[in-house]
Write a protein that binds this ligand. Structure first.
Ligand code: ASP
Length: 430
């Protein structure tokens, strides 16, 4: 039984947990609440790993960019990555406002009706990004402040690593190794926690369906539809538009990115797909000088699909508890979701963990037993499905930015691109 569990594909297990949870919940009804602790443990495990993951992965990410390489290429690619991510959250919010997933679900019932949700004004949100005490930021779970500190600290490490002074250089390398090791351990822990996901998802979903009955189905379809539609629009408008503006054929781009996009779709990991992405860049005529820097960076910080997903889900959670987000809160979501997508590790399900931070920023903390936690659990139940699409777009976005930067830097062989991609399109056998 145990070996069967661990041998079966995780994605399949989570989906089975989701479907079984819904069925069992519908059959048993409200009495299913006795298995609630199984779900609560899962939520606690997830919240347990947020801070360590954010701190370690961001320090390593910032420290990996050597200051000397933060030149033109760095600025260009970071501008592209950030700009497209902001547009992505905007699209996610737009899709959320059009489809209004979760509205009328009323998870909060009468209980929370009188409770007012306060979110600080945007200026305060921005000022609060700067921590006055990094330790209290860590203890209180102030993710934005930890992100700020981690980036500054990481850039500091990268300066030490190229110092002429032996002592400083060694110190920089030691620190880098420590944080790198800690980040790797956290990736491992994430994988372990995900092994428990099918059971946690089963319990969480069963309780939702046990209490909500059939009405719980509709909102999830709407969330999935809204996310995938926004992903498609982003692909066509943002990547299609910017590639065309730089006179790169979008059709050929799509043909050339087929392998990495599909790999990302099934593995749900930008990081895991990176070797395939790098190989595709080679075949599309992008010079290594650019791609070897921009693609690993993109796999770490550029997550347009994740940003879209966070926009839609923030709207869903707020609607589901009967307190839709106002304009200021939606603007806050744009800022925090861009930062959250930067901090999202390129591993399966990471975006769902960073969603906790986005929700936090608009006064919707996921605390066990609350309506917000129930709404979050519903999303988590279909996370695998959403993760496939968003990871596919994440990787495609890395390649779109890379081609454009390579072209402007004259590091792009258009003949290779045209030949290879055209051959792909016309006769795959060639
Ligand atoms: N799985 C995504 C990626 O690797 C991250 C996420 O969960 O949003 O790009």
């Amino acid at each position: 039984m145990f070996s069967w569990y661990f041998k079966t594909n995780l994605l399949l297990r989570i989906l089975v947990g989701l479907v079984l949870g819904a069925i069992v919940g519908l059959i048993v009804g409200p009495g299913i609440a006795v298995i609630r602790p199984l779900g609560t443990i899962f939520v606690r495990l997830l919240t347990m790993i947020v801070m360590p993951v954010v701190l370690t992965t961001l320090v390593v990410g910032a420290a990996s960019i050597s200051p000397a390489r933060l030149g033109r290429v760095g600025v260009k690619i970071v501008v592209f990555y950030m700009f497209t991510s902001a547009v992505a959250v905007g699209l996610g919010l737009l899709a959320g406002n059009i489809f209004r997933p979760g509205l009328g679900l009323n998870l909060a019932g009468g209980a929370a009706a009188g409770r007012e949700l306060t979110s600080p004004p945007l200026v305060d949100t921005l000022i609060n990004i700067v921590p006055s005490n990094i330790f209290s930021a860590l203890v209180n779970g102030a993710v934005l402040q930890v992100i700020f500190f981690a980036v500054v600290f990481g850039v500091g490490i990268s300066y030490l690593q190229i110092s002429k002074d032996d002592r400083l250089r060694k110190a920089g390398e030691v620190l880098m190794n420590v944080f790198d090791g800690a980040a790797e351990v956290m990736y491992l822990v994430v994988r372990w926690v995900l092994q428990y996901a099918p059971i946690g998802v089963f319990a969480l979903i069963a309780v939702v369906f046990g209490q909500q009955g059939k009405e719980a189905f509709g909102p999830l379809f709407t969330v999935t539809g809204a996310v995938y539609l926004a992903l498609l629009v982003h692909l066509l408008l943002v990547y299609g538009g910017s590639l065309t503006a730089f006179k790169v054929s979008f059709r050929r781009f799509l043909a050339g990115t087929r392998a990495p996009s599909l790999t990302a779709f099934v593995t749900r990991s930008s990081g895991g797909t990176l070797p395939v992405t790098l190989a595709a860049a080679d075949q599309m005529g992008i010079k290594r000088e650019v791609s070897s820097f921009t693609l690993p960076l993109g796999a770490t910080i550029n997550m347009d699909g994740t940003a879209i997903y966070q926009g839609v889900c923030a709207i869903f959670v707020a609607n589901a508890i009967g307190m839709p987000l106002d304009l200021t809160q939606q603007l806050t979501v744009i800022v925090t979701a861009v930062l959250a997508s930067i901090g999202t590790a390129g591993v399966p399900g990471a975006g769902a963990i960073m969603l906790l931070m986005v929700l936090n920023s608009v006064g919707l903390p996921v605390v066990e037993g609350t309506p917000v936690a129930m709404a979050y659990a519903m999303i988590l139940g279909i996370d695998a499905l959403l993760d496939m699409g968003r990871t596919g777009l994440n990787v495609t976005g890395d390649l779109a930015g890379t081609i454009i930067v390579a072209k402007t830097e004259n590091e792009f062989d258009e003949e290779v691109f045209a030949g290879r991609a055209a051959a792909d399109l016309v006769s795959p056998a060639e």
